[in-house]
Every structure is written in C-alpha cells, then in structure tokens.
Design a protein. Structure first.
Length: 130
C-alpha cells in the first residue's frame, strides 16, 4: 500500500472520509484539509473522479482548487473514463491514472499513469512513493 510505504519514508498521509448516506466528501472538510500545508513540503492530493465502490462522481473542479493552494493532483480516472468524457485540456491534473482493461472491458490490459511534462523538469517530487 502506498500509504504504508510513504509513511515509512517520512511522508504524512491524511484521508478525507466520505459521509453517509450519499458517500460523498464534505465540502467544508475538503477545503479545510487543503489549507493544512507545510511550508517547503510537497503536497499531493490523490482522489478518484468516480468511486469504483459507490459510483459517486467527485468534482473535477477540485483539481484547480487544490492546485491554486499549491497541491499537485493525481486524478484516478479508471472508473470514470469508460463511461464519461474526460477532457485533459480542461481538467489539468498533474497526474492521471487509467487502467486499460476497464476502458476496454477486458480482464487483461495495461495501466497508465500520465503526467504533465512540466512535472519532470526538476527534482523528483515524491521520493516517498518510489
């Protein structure tokens, strides 16, 4: 699990819970957590565009909101992309993950992690995930 590996390398991992009955994230909690930044540290928000458990679609507007506060964003689009249009020109997450077998509906396939070119111009951002 990424959180175990990240913690072992000194990263802080925080979860924002979903609340019943709709299994959605509380907007106030989300905004509050974005404000918890440490100066000089890298911050990564990773979230699914659509839950593969409940089918709830989370706002793509969170990408720009998080980025405006200094966060990099990893958008998990694996459940979202097979049945929705995802315009990466409009929703410019720093990283986007997809799984080919979910898009093609086959049990085998490839996984894809796309990243903006600008991400690779400096030092590794998240050595704790490596």
């Amino acid at each position: 699990m990424a959180s175990v590996s990240s913690r072992a390398k000194g990263a802080t991992v925080t979860y924002i819970p979903v609340t019943p009955p709709g299994l959605r994230v509380d907007t106030r909690e989300f905004t509050s957590r974005l404000g918890l930044v440490r100066s000089g540290a890298h911050h990564l928000l990773a979230y699914p565009a659509q839950s593969n458990f409940s089918g709830v679609q989370h706002p793509l507007e969170w990408i720009a909101e998080a980025q405006s506060q200094g966060w990099d964003v990893l958008l998990d689009a694996a459940s979202f992309a097979p049945s929705n249009r995802l315009d990466l020109g409009q929703w410019r997450a720093d990283f986007v993950s997809l799984r080919g077998y979910l898009v093609s509906m086959r049990k085998q396939g490839v996984a894809l992690l796309a990243a903006l070119h600008s991400i690779f111009t400096g030092q590794p951002l998240y050595p704790a995930l490596g």
